[in-house]
Design a binder for this molecule. Structure first.
Ligand SMILES: Nc1ncnc2c1ncn2[C@@H]1O[C@H](COP(=O)(O)OP(=O)(O)OP(=O)(O)O)[C@@H](O)[C@H]1O
Ligand SMILES: [Mg+2]
Length: 784
């Protein structure tokens, strides 16, 4: 797998500052954009709501004006109807007029109309008669007022309802007042209804409110009214109605009256003196949301109607939707910017994380590399062979020590089946079968003991075991093996350390041998010490015993001398001779004991043992008997020794007799002579044997041999296994004493049924002695 470099994966982008502030700036930008959008939607919603309300207002304002104009048209119609009722005469019966008025039920159907009346024209000449006539009708205080000054006067002669403050108008000359007169003249001249300007009605008391009057001219019945002149000539009076502005407006507007604030000016301009009406709740300083000035023409007179939205209408402005839009927009903008920030900084964090992870990955690669190098180094230099195999049993690792130990090079070993390389042919089938079972175990299964799974039964995972492995050249190498299971993708592979234990085994064998020799040496030492002790005692006794025998012998000799001088003492002489025989035997015994005790007087001389034995040949044959063959070898070229030859002969004779006895008088006695150089190695094996040159005499028989306990005690004096009278048990003791006294050594090697070899090592006399003693046989050839 290619190693990742951090910059390969995540290119470093931008400066650190940009990376740090980037998400914030982006989020801020998103918030700004969303704010702008929200503002757009909010103001659009607000505009929509305002336009709705404006439309509502517009509709109501126009409705209000239309209603007012219509209402006034209705009043005009009422006046025309009244004129029709009068049929061109102002002499209307007062009761008829009252009835007419009542049937109209004006108060109920047309609120705002204050009264309905008739103003009659009274020429100045008929004023008194007129007043008199009315007073005659019962209105005693009737007088036209103010008092007329011109050609004619007008007088309100009829007014309904004829009650209350209306009575104040009774007899009033409206023509005397210019505002009213203008309207009266306009009505007269135009033949149509005419409206007066702003007036204060005469009916008004203290709570006077602005008002106006509407006039319709009444022409004499039948008189022509085509031109202004004719109409002036035909005029007899007016039907009129006074209006109190506040009362009139109260009746207009209906249920939505509260939505509007209405101001009405008489004339076309909003002059304070022309103010007819202002809604009660209208506040001059308030800046209304909507305002409209609408001109109207009522019965030919211009009015200016100003209409403004009232707080209650404005309160109906739908602010909820823009509010919802605003709040929602801001909320969404905040969320959006949060998301943008999160996403942007998430990417930053992800990049950082990826960098950190890549760095970590690289560090772990480096650690793995270092670990691998370390492992390789360990495996290269370990004293043990290291071998790994996969789950198919093929070699995947083979270190230099394995090359050394098993002969296969690494290249040869890799990929080969382990059984072919190391397992002795006779074990391969079992191993392959077992390994197949082992390797097939899946990763989760417990790794079984290797025993019975293709490894020798002694191999258990993790525990060292000793097995035999095959070297490339075919020889078997003893190895100590430690196996570990390696989980593979499928099943298991294994790794093993194998140590060549051949050197260890050799060392162990050497150690065993050394130990054995040490034991033997100890035993020998103990034996020789024991013999030494026994020898000392025996020697002392034998020496004193010998002295006693000398005294006895001397005295018996003297007695014999005296006895031979006396005739007839034959019997005594015989007895004395028997004493001398016994003394002789005792002396022999004591000399044998002294020999054992190494206190025998010796007469050493330079001896060639080969020659000595050759001289003894007939003696030995005689001693051994007919049936025993004696073979002498190695007699030539021997080194010279310095020993007592008679005693040596005696010892060899004893050994041959022992051999004869052990073979029941039948067999072969081999006497082998050789020069032997004991070096330090040989000396180490037998601590008593000092290094140096020796002549070795080995007497080997093919007899019954000695069991260990006999061998142990064979040199002891008087130890014999022979029947009473047959042996004294002094033969080997003597031999031992003599050889030791001569500076040599004697050793027994024997095994029961195989025979016995007694070896005598006699020290070589100095080299010069070999030359001094003329050789009789060919020069040394058996020397080792
Ligand atoms: N060549 C041999 N084969 C088997 N046993 C032997 C041999 N030589 C000695 N022995 C044993 O060692 C014993 C001691 O031998 P040693 O020569 O000291 O005494 P002996 O032969 O019994 O008596 P002697 O030699 O005094 O007549 C013998 O009794 C015999 O059991
Ligand atoms: Mg003997």
């Amino acid at each position: 797998m290619p190693r990742p470099e951090p910059d390969e994966i995540i290119p470093a982008s931008g400066t650190p500052v940009r990376r740090e502030w980037g998400p914030l700036i982006l989020a801020g930008f998103a918030f700004l954009v969303s704010l702008l959008l929200t503002y757009g939607a909010w103001s659009s919603a607000r505009r929509d709501a305002a336009a709705d309300l404006a439309a509502q207002f517009d509709y109501r304002a126009r409705d209000m004006v239309t209603t007012t104009v219509r209402r006034m048209a209705v009043y005009e119609q009422v006046l025309r109807g009244t004129r029709g009722f009068m049929r061109g005469s102002i002499d209307v019966d007062r009761r008829d007029f009252a009835d007419y008025f009542q049937t109209q039920n004006l108060q109920e159907h047309f609120p705002g109309i204050e009264a309905l009346g008739i103003a009659s024209i009274i020429p100045a000449g008929r004023l008194a008669a007129h007043e008199a006539a009315l007073r005659a009708q019962g209105f005693s205080s009737y007088a036209v007022h103010p008092r007329p000054t011109g050609d004619f006067a007008t007088s309100i002669t009829h007014i309904e309802p004829f009650t209350g403050r209306n009575l104040r108008a009774f007899g009033f000359d409206m023509y005397s007042e210019p505002v009213r007169r203008a309207a009266m003249e306009a009505a007269r001249d135009n033949g149509a209804a005419a409206l007066s300007g702003k007036v204060v009605l005469v009916q008004e008391g203290r709570d006077a409110q602005p008002g106006f009057l509407m006039y319709v001219p009444v022409y004499r019945r039948g008189a022509p009214t085509g031109s202004v002149q004719q109409r002036r000539a035909a005029l007899v009076g007016w039907v009129y109605a006074p209006f109190r502005m506040a009362d009139l407006m109260r009746g207009l507007g209906g249920t939505h009256a509260a939505d509007l604030q209405v101001t009405i000016y008489d004339g076309g301009r909003p002059l304070p003196e022309a103010l007819l009406f202002r809604s009660q709740d209208a506040v001059a300083w308030r800046q209304p949301l909507f305002r409209q000035s609408l001109p109207a023409r009522i019965s030919g007179r211009p009015w200016l109607i100003e209409i403004a939205s009232s707080p209650s209408l404005e309160a109906r402005l739908d602010t909820r939707r823009p509010q919802v839009i605003g709040v929602t927009g801001i909320g969404l903008g905040f969320l959006l910017s949060l998301v943008v920030w999160l996403l942007a900084s998430e990417r930053g964090r992800a990049v950082q994380l990826a960098r950190a992870m890549t760095l970590e990955l690289r560090q772990s690669y480096e650690r793995i590399d270092a670990e691998r190098v370390r492992m390789d180094l360990i495996l290269q230099t370990t004293y043990d062979a290291f071998i790994a195999i996969d789950s198919a049993g093929r070699v995947t690792d083979w270190n230099p020590r394995a090359v050394q130990q098993f002969g296969w090079t690494r290249e040869e070993a890799l990929g080969r089946e382990i059984g072919e390389l190391l397992v002795p042919p006779e074990q391969r089938v079992a191993r392959e079968h077992g390994f197949a079972q082992f390797a097939a175990l899946d990763g989760g299964a417990r790794v079984p003991d290797a025993a019975g799974r293709g490894f020798p039964a002694s191999v258990h995972y993790g525990e060292p075991a000793e097995v035999m492995a095959r070297h490339r050249d075919g020889h078997l190498v003893p190895v100590e093996i430690v196996v570990a299971a390696l989980p593979a993708e499928v099943g298991h592979g294994a790794s093993a350390f194998l140590r060549d234990i051949a050197p260890r085994r050799e060392a162990e064998a050497r150690e065993r041998l050394r130990q054995q020799r040490l034991d033997e040496a100890r035993t020998a030492l103990a034996r020789s010490q024991k013999l030494e002790a026994v020898g000392k005692l025996t020697g002392g006794v034998a020496h004193d015993f010998n002295n006693i025998l000398h005294i006895i012998s001397a005295n018996v000799q003297l007695l014999l001398k005296s006895a031979s001088q006396v005739e007839g003492n034959t019997k005594i002489e015989k007895r004395l001779h028997s004493i001398l025989d016994a003394v002789e035997r005792g002396s022999k015994l004591s000399s044998q004991l002294l020999a054992f005790a190494r206190r025998q007087p010796l007469h050493p001389s330079l001896v060639n043992v080969g020659q000595l034995l050759e001289r003894m040949d007939s003696l030995l044959h005689r001693a051994a008997g007919e049936s025993v063959e004696i073979a002498l070898s190695g007699a030539g070229g021997l080194w010279t020794t310095l020993v007592d030859p008679n005693q040596l002969e005696n010892v060899i004779l004893n050994l041959v007799i022992n051999a004869r006895d052990a073979m029941a008088g039948k067999g072969k006695v081999a006497i082998t002579l050789e020069n032997l150089r004991v070096d330090s190695a040989l000396a180490a094996a037998d601590p008593e044997l000092a290094p140096g040159d020796y002549v070795r005499i080995a007497v080997a028989d093919t007899g019954e041999g000695m069991p260990p306990d006999v061998m142990e005690r064979a040199f002891e004096p008087f130890f014999t296994t022979k029947p009473e009278g047959k042996g004294t048990g002094l033969g080997l003791s003597m031999a031992h004493g003599f050889v030791r006294q001569s500076g040599g050594h004697i050793r027994i090697a024997s095994s029961v049924g195989q025979g016995t070899t007694i070896s005598i090592y006699l020290p070589r006399a100095d080299a010069q002695a070999d030359a001094d003693l003329p050789p009789q046989a060919p020069p040394a050839s058996a020397a080792h």
